[in-house]
Design a protein around this ligand. Structure first.
Ligand SMILES: NC(=O)c1ccc[n+]([C@@H]2O[C@H](COP(=O)([O-])OP(=O)(O)OC[C@H]3O[C@@H](n4cnc5c(N)ncnc54)[C@H](O)[C@@H]3O)[C@@H](O)[C@H]2O)c1
Length: 442
């Protein structure tokens, strides 16, 4: 089997033993996967940690924190010994998952707890920085939810603190551990979809993004996503995930960004946009578009990788080659029937008919509809890394740049300017050649 056949034949099952999982992906033998998703190497050492238990503290066990705790309590290598939160309902809900955990109301006290070796930080965005800096200073390994910092300066300081202290630092970019994404990135990097000229992503909803507030004075605390002091809205909450997929596919960082944001529909006192469009441009002119509109959900969310030989739609979990194999008679008949109708209609010229999208049902990347994301594997990887005290290559760098990209895009929106990549936020990461950021654009 050549590499293409091997990739296409891979049916990655997340319930497999991790070494089998890696063997199927090809990582134990090295090769393309190691270059595409090097952070998976953390599982190659899984055998060495058998019988170990990581003493973990959860800071901010709200909605996301508790979601991740459900995976963590199922992991025999983890003991959640402590939680810290400032909101009693969150503490009570977390205690239903970990009834024996010690409760702290001040996260600094949790950091003083000598048993705690690592922390998972899932507080609102504006609280990440101080907590993560203090945790690293206290020598704890850190998993911090995305977006890591409230601005690019904070992100860089967090990264530098990790380098200075040497503690493990993971960010909440679960797509990096989603077998669907891992498999497709190998296909993309192997050239199976030809030259990738554009990545187009969006995240649409028809919902106000509000949470019920038990008492009016808690509005900004509960609905922190809607206010500027605690959030940068759709860019930091949603774009962060999808922009990382784009740079992972193209293998470069964009060098320019422009964008626009507005509040068009949910004029309910919120301060963050409900309608955002951004365009990231690479040095050779390739593009990454990202947008979000939360007053229409028809197109839902998607990450499309557009190549000269094919297309990937990652949220649907499918890929499509440009050359469609012979179609079943029924679809052919439907096409011919539609052509006949429009062909006879005066306003429907034939010039564009030939270019309307043809039915192409594509193939599921994993052979079936996607069922889960990479969150469970991401937490497992963090546990392995924290136990070994070993930072796997690429995991932080991908998360760091994902945060930088969404915050940089947010700056373009708020300034109304076309911005060049801020080279002061470049870090040491071979995969993205940042030297090109100074090259003239095509
Ligand atoms: N990776 C993902 O797919 C994903 C999904 C959802 C949320 N998130 C991220 O997770 C984080 C939390 O989001 P959420 O939806 O769980 O928010 P949330 O409001 O449900 O939970 C935040 C928790 O932090 C607590 N908190 C606030 N200030 C605190 C402090 N100073 N010390 C300790 N606890 C404090 C709150 O009381 C609450 O329990 C955000 O950064 C968000 O972007 C990531």
């Amino acid at each position: 089997m050549d590499i293409r056949e091997t990739i296409l034949a891979m049916d990655i099952d997340m319930r497999q033993d991790r070494r089998d999982f890696l063997r199927n992906l090809g990582i134990l033998g090295g090769g393309l996967l190691a270059a595409t998703s090097p952070w998976l190497s953390i599982f190659a050492d899984a055998g060495d940690t058998t019988g170990e238990k990581l003493k973990l503290g959860i800071i901010g066990p709200g909605s996301r924190g508790r979601f991740l705790m459900k995976f963590l309590v199922g992991n025999s290598k983890v003991d959640i010994v402590a939680i810290a939160d400032v909101y009693q309902p969150s503490i009570e809900a977390a205690l239903e998952i970990v009834p024996n955990a010690k409760v702290y109301r001040d996260y600094r006290k949790l950091l003083e707890d000598k048993r705690v070796q690592a922390v998972l930080v899932a507080t609102p965005l504006n609280k990440h920085f101080q907590i993560v800096m203090d945790a690293m200073e206290a020598g704890k390994h850190v998993y911090c939810e995305k977006t890591i910092g409230y601005d690019m300066d904070q992100c860089k300081k967090m990264y530098d603190k990790h380098i200075e202290t040497g503690v493990v630092f993971f960010t909440g970019q679960q797509r990096l551990f989603d077998p669907r994404y891992i498999k497709v990135m190998q296909m993309v990097h192997d050239g199976m979809f030809g030259e990738i000229t554009k990545v187009r992503s969006w995240w649409n909803r028809n919902a106000d993004w509000r949470r019920d507030v038990p008492e009016p004075h808690l509005e900004k605390f509960i609905n922190w996503r809607l206010y500027k002091e605690s959030s940068k809205g759709l860019m930091t909450e949603l774009a962060c995930h999808q922009l990382q997929v784009g740079t992972w596919a193209i293998g470069k960082l964009p060098t320019r960004v422009m964008g626009h944001g507005s509040i068009n529909y949910w004029k309910d006192g919120r301060e963050v946009y409900d309608n955002v469009s951004t365009l990231y441009v690479f040095v050779d002119g390739r593009k990454m578009e990202w947008g979000s509109d939360i007053a229409n959900k028809f197109y839902g969310l998607e990450e499309q990788i557009l190549g000269s030989k094919g297309t990937v739609e990652l949220e649907r979990g499918k890929y499509f080659f440009e050359e469609i194999p012979p179609q079943p008679a029924f679809i052919q008949m439907l096409n011919e029937w539609q052509s006949d109708i429009f062909g006879d209609t005066a306003f429907a010229g034939t010039s564009w008919m030939a270019e309307t999208a043809k039915p192409n049902i594509g193939k599921y990347i994993l052979g079936k509809k996607p069922e889960a994301d990479g969150s469970s594997l991401l937490t497992e990887a963090f546990v392995e890394a924290a136990i070994c005290g070993r930072q796997p290559s690429g995991i932080l760098e991908e998360g760091y740049y994902a945060s930088i990209l969404c915050l940089w895009g947010h700056e373009a929106i708020t300034s109304g300017q076309i911005l060049d990549f801020p080279s002061e936020y470049c870090i040491d990461y071979d995969v993205y050649d940042t030297s090109t950021s100074k090259t003239e654009h095509l």
